[in-house]
Design a protein around this ligand. Structure first.
Ligand SMILES: Nc1ncnc2c1ncn2[C@@H]1O[C@H](COP(=O)(O)OP(=O)(O)OP(=O)(O)O)[C@@H](O)[C@H]1O
Ligand SMILES: [Mg+2]
Length: 103
């Protein structure tokens, strides 16, 4: 199951996303939370803390600025740009996807 959360500024996207991710994880689902927001603060909502959230934001900025290489595999991406959040959620801060295949 894939769930996308979108909407205009300040409507509660990050809060709903974090709560939904943790609730699903607590009920036994394996949850991968992808933060593609221009202001990626899902880490705060998920409870990983400001320092770890900033680290992931910095990694994406380094990627977008060409200072960090792209990760060609899904597993590598989840490892390199992700962190473990409470309740078993895995958070990954993602950049633009240029060539997404149907998967
Ligand atoms: N259901 C709710 N009831 C009341 N306040 C809420 C609710 N959901 C979120 N908020 C509050 O609204 C504000 C905006 O929420 P949030 O940051 O989740 O929105 P957002 O859509 O992610 O914003 P942005 O576009 O800036 O990323 C926060 O202060 C949050 O605590
Ligand atoms: Mg937000």
């Amino acid at each position: 199951m894939k769930i996308a959360v979108a909407g205009k500024g300040g409507v509660g996207k990050t809060t709903v996303s974090g709560t939904l991710a943790r609730a699903l994880a607590r009920s036994g689902h394996q949850v991968l939370a992808l933060d593609g927001d221009v202001n990626p603060m899902l880490g705060i909502s998920l409870g990983v803390g400001p320092e770890e959230t900033d680290r992931l934001v910095a990694a994406r900025q380094a990627l977008d600025g060409g200072r960090l290489g792209h990760e060609p595999t899904a597993a590598g991406l989840v490892d390199k740009f992700g962190t473990d959040a409470p309740d078993g959620v895995r958070l990954v801060v993602v950049s633009r996807i240029d060539e997404a295949d149907p998967g």
